[in-house]
Design a protein around this ligand. Structure first.
Ligand code: BGC
Length: 964
């Protein structure tokens, strides 16, 4: 498997010097050398050539201590080695360029060896490696392609629909924009580059282009806007080609964030596209484009979408087109006369009523019905578009993460009819996405779809708990999530310009067949866990689904109420997410927004991308910069480095981390709590969310909550970030700064100890969360550590073996117990089935993890979001302790397998697809024995820790038996 940066498919990237990764042959212990070649006539990077002459890093066949150049044939691997740098004599074709053998053990995120890439450059590359097993074959050809890298690459203009009057947010229509591009006879490679202020979908000659959803995605639009690159070679034809774009508000102009503010990045939507054929620009958005109303009458990510599929005025057909546009472009398959049934069809892998995927599109889910809308026979030229000359090309960026896609379809598990004319569909799983309706042909009026996470006592969908509680706003905010469609003869409907967090859908206005469409960033799954206890497996599944429900181009808090990239949430969950999915690109993208959102004072915004209304100058400006949330600036890059070995993310985020720590240092030194004597290293002022959502805690009056002393939490995070900064500086070779942050961390730790450890050695405040943090962050002197862990266990016992942790420390609760001899208590908490506990969530029907411990009370009443991943970080305990897979050297170059059985679990197994390959740990307890099987990927080693033995093993599968 090869990769470019953090992408499996590096298409439209913005990186001129992308790093390359590959895996070693099975069982290979170590790479001795590698060789990379391209077939594009690339020259080697001159910097690399210079380096070669000075430090002999690049090896022309051999060096004194380098590998044997001449095809050492071991283990039957390919051995036709090249003998000169720059040209591979064994390869055909004169434009093949290769690095020669490079004596280097690194094969993850290896620096680009060739000259920096240009815009729209397509590179085909191959790699082979030399290991102790011999020389491998060349890998299959891998490719990468850059997008448009320079503002000057654009000749197209930004255009926008002519909007005479703009309705209030939530009620604004999508617009269709149409242009004609003339294409030459033969085209071997065609690319469409597109982006928008708003959300867009593109149709080329009536076919939907690509399978990405919610493009261009969510970034801090003032600074960064993603451009998508599409391969449209198969869709173009000689002569005139029609491009139709459907453009709605999206995050750019629609409602976003805690306050549901609209128009956050501008009051108008806009679109930009450029079409290239074989390296030549053949067209793009300009003043010749026209605009017409679309069938989407309203579209808002939070509020929902209203569509009327009745005939619309058509665009005039392009003059030289072989067929009239209106014949080619149909919106949906015509009614299939399929009668809706009351009982849903059984779940099918790929429902037959869906259109077949177009060639080259994702096979995760069938391609949705494609095509531009059916329009009335009288052609209309449409209104001329406006050219938006004031929008520039400066902030356009390529992709660093996989796109959002329709990744799965779910068939309902139940359909009920709680009242006349109301159908309630249960997907059996809380998801992010939307539904597809089929069987609409007989429907005469409008169908209304209300999406929710729970049912009321009457069996109907209850959305009351999803409406934000913002008493200070002039009007109450709605729960949103309502779609409406007038089928007007169409058989099928899918919205695509909105998303919802839901398990249940109320259908009013006519029965319809409903299929759930799961929509999220199309991340590669990398982590699995299963054990002998089904309840624990269900909990793991719920945590997994909570992440899936909250990975919609950015990591969100919930897919319903705010859908915001809350920093604290990702700070807590990102290490667990990085085990389950490859989130390297996803998180890198988000960190760039975090840095872009940072104030010049270093304050980290509560959420990224941060809508201006939530930022410094908004009404809640003072709520930004909280401990545990702002610390995401340091902790998230560190988690990424641990999981993927990506040092560059540390370097890239370094200025942001420094700015945050400077702010914290100033804030700590600059004020003090009135009840405390000043200490410049105690952070006891400012706004903090604190531990947040501790069971039973009443927040009620925010002003009173704000005034509560949270110095224990804030100072602990001050220490945590300063200590991490010392390590990060060390990794980056910033020796002076490493020493500075080490000293700062020591001073903060001393201040915390002076304030929060009593003369008798007891820790104050005597709360579970304070003790968890003290133990997890290393705030305690050695001699008090065990006593603190014992006290934590005692507090838990005193509460009837119940946890009392909230948002920030729950992830560390079970690990610190297990680390200090209380694995029994950890497992009892994991399996506790009275409130507050994870099992109560499952017992009360959760399929995702709740925001509050009592997200659904004993009477079945829901409270706030039922899909928040922070408490789902308990899955990390299952991976790292129950199954025992723990990262050692960054990227799992070495790792530890140290299972901690407990809770009556008799077997457990976990797998993680690390950058080096698949790691597995699988154990079984039987007949007084623990049987453990461990899989170690090539190029890595594992330290296997069992109660009375420690062994280091290399690549391959290993079995261990231990008395237990
Ligand atoms: C969000 C959280 C977030 C919090 C700040 C909530 O409204 O849903 O997940 O971290 O505010 O405490």
């Amino acid at each position: 498997m090869t990769r470019v940066e953090h992408l499996d498919h590096a298409f439209g990237i913005g990186e001129r010097r992308p790093r390359l990764s590959w895996r070693l042959p099975p069982e290979a212990a170590r790479q001795l050398a590698y060789q990379i070649r391209t077939t594009n006539g690339h020259s080697l990077d001159t910097r690399a050539r210079d380096a070669r002459t000075t430090d002999d890093h690049f090896v022309d066949g051999q060096t004194a201590d380098g590998p044997d150049p001449a095809g050492r044939d071991t283990a039957g691997m390919n051995s036709d080695g090249p003998d000169t740098a720059g040209r591979d004599t064994a390869s055909p074709g004169s434009d093949v360029v290769d690095t020669g053998w490079v004596a280097d053990a690194g094969h993850i995120l290896v620096d680009w060896p060739f000259a920096p890439l240009k815009s729209a450059e397509h590179v085909s590359w191959q790699v082979r490696v030399r290991t102790e097993l011999g020389d491998s074959d060349w890998s299959g050809p891998c490719s990468l392609e850059t997008g448009l890298l320079e503002p000057g690459d654009w000749t197209a203009s930004w255009i926008r629909p002519a909007e005479t009057d703009i309705p209030p947010a939530g009620q604004r229509p999508a617009h269709d924009l149409r242009g004609i591009v003339t294409c030459p006879e033969t085209v071997t490679r065609a690319r469409l580059y597109a982006t928008a202020h708003g959300l867009y979908e593109v149709f080329l000659n009536g076919q939907r282009v690509g399978d990405q959803e919610l493009t261009p995605g969510f970034t801090q639009y003032t600074v960064r806007l993603q451009v998508q690159t599409y391969d449209v070679t198969a869709l173009l034809r000689p002569g005139d080609n029609e491009i139709v774009v459907r453009l709605s508000d999206g995050w750019f102009r629609g409602q976003v964030g805690l306050l549901r503010s609209a128009d956050q990045w501008g009051g108008r939507t806009a679109f930009l596209a450029q079409l290239h054929a074989d390296g030549t620009i053949i067209g793009g958005t300009d003043s010749t484009w026209t605009t017409l109303p679309s069938p989407i009458r309203t579209a808002d990510l939070i509020e929902g979408q209203t569509s009327d599929l009745g005939p619309l005025p058509t665009f005039e057909a392009p003059t030289s087109s072989p067929q009239p546009t209106s014949d080619r472009a149909t919106r949906t398959p015509r009614p299939s006369a399929e009668q809706p049934t009351r009982t849903p069809q059984p779940a099918a892998e790929a429902p037959t009523h869906a259109a077949q995927p177009a060639a080259g599109v994702s096979t995760h889910a069938p391609q949705p019905p494609t095509g531009v809308p059916t329009r009335a026979p009288q052609p209309s030229a449409g209104m001329p578009v406006e050219v938006a000359t004031e929008i520039g090309f400066g902030g356009l960026v390529g992709v660093v993460a996989p796109p959002v896609r329709r990744v799965q379809e779910l068939s309902p598990v139940a359909v009920t009819f709680p009242a006349a004319g109301r159908q309630v569909v249960d997907l059996g799983q809380n998801i992010n996405g939307w539904v597809r309706l089929t069987g609409l042909a007989g429907v005469t009026g409008q169908i209304t779809l209300t999406h929710g996470e729970s049912l009321g006592p009457d069996g109907d969908v209850d959305t009351g708990h999803l409406a934000p509680d913002m008493p200070f706003l002039p009007q109450p905010l709605s729960a949103g999530q309502v779609d409406r469609v007038t089928p007007a003869g169409a058989d099928t409907f899918e919205p695509r310009h909105t998303t919802h967090g839901f398990r249940y859908v109320r259908v009013e206005g006519g029965p319809a067949q409903v299929t759930g469409i799961v929509v999220h960033t199309d991340l590669r799954r990398t982590g699995w866990f299963t054990c002998s206890d089904e309840r624990v497996n269900r909990l793991h599944e719920a945590a997994l689904w909570s992440f899936r429900g909250n990975a919609c181009d950015i990591p969100t808090d919930c897919p319903t109420r705010e859908r915001a990239g809350w920093t604290g949430d990702w700070q807590v969950f990102s290490p667990t997410a990085a085990f389950l999915y490859d989130v390297a690109g996803f998180s890198t993208k988000w960190l760039r927004d975090l840095a872009a959102d940072q104030w010049d004072t270093g304050v980290v915004a509560n959420m990224s991308p941060c809508p201006p209304a939530e930022g410094r100058h908004g009404p809640l400006g003072g709520w930004n910069g909280s401990a545990g949330w702002g610390d995401a600036a340091v902790i998230v890059p560190w988690s990424l480095y641990q999981a993927y070995g990506d040092e560059r993310i540390l370097a890239e985020q370094w200025p942001s981390m420094v700015a945050w720590l400077d702010h914290v240092e100033r804030a700590a030194a600059g004020g003090h709590h009135p009840a405390r004597k000043p200490d410049p290293h105690l952070w006891d002022t400012g706004f903090h969310w604190g531990e947040w959502l501790i069971p039973g805690e009443q927040i009620g009056d925010m002003r009173e909550y704000q005034a509560r002393d949270k110095a224990d939490v804030a100072t602990a995070y001050f220490f945590r970030s300063a200590a991490l900064m010392a390590r990060i500086a060390g990794v980056l070779g910033r020796t002076g700064e490493a020493a500075g942050y080490t000293a700062l961390a020591a001073a903060v730790r001393a201040a915390w100890q002076a304030e929060f450890i009593g003369a008798d050695g007891t820790i104050r405040p005597d709360t579970q969360h304070n003790l968890v943090r003290a133990l997890a962050f290393g705030l305690l002197p050695e001699h008090l550590t065990q006593a603190a862990a014992d006290r934590l266990a005692e507090l838990i016992r005193a509460a009837g073996t119940h946890l009392a942790t909230g948002f920030l420390s729950t992830a560390d609760l079970l690990p610190v117990l297990a680390d200090h001899g209380h694995a029994d208590v950890a497992y009892e908490l994991l399996l506790q089935d009275s409130e507050p506990s994870w099992m109560v969530m499952l017992d009360r029907g959760a399929t995702t993890v709740w925001e509050w411990w009592d997200g659904v009370d004993a009477a079945g009443r829901p409270r706030d979001s039922l899909n928040h991943y922070s408490k789902g970080a308990v899955a990390g305990f299952l991976h790292r302790y129950t199954a025992g897979i723990r990262v050692g050297a960054p990227g799992y170059r070495d790792f530890r397998i140290e299972p901690v059985p407990g809770g009556g679990i008799t077997s457990a197994s976990a797998g993680h697809d690390s950058p080096y390959g698949r790691i597995c740990s699988s154990w079984r307890l039987a007949d007084g024995r623990l049987d453990l099987e461990v899989e170690v990927p090539p190029g890595t080693s594992a330290e296997v820790v069992l109660p009375s033995s420690v062994q280091v093993v290399g690549p391959g599968t290993h079995r261990f038996e231990h008395a237990y």
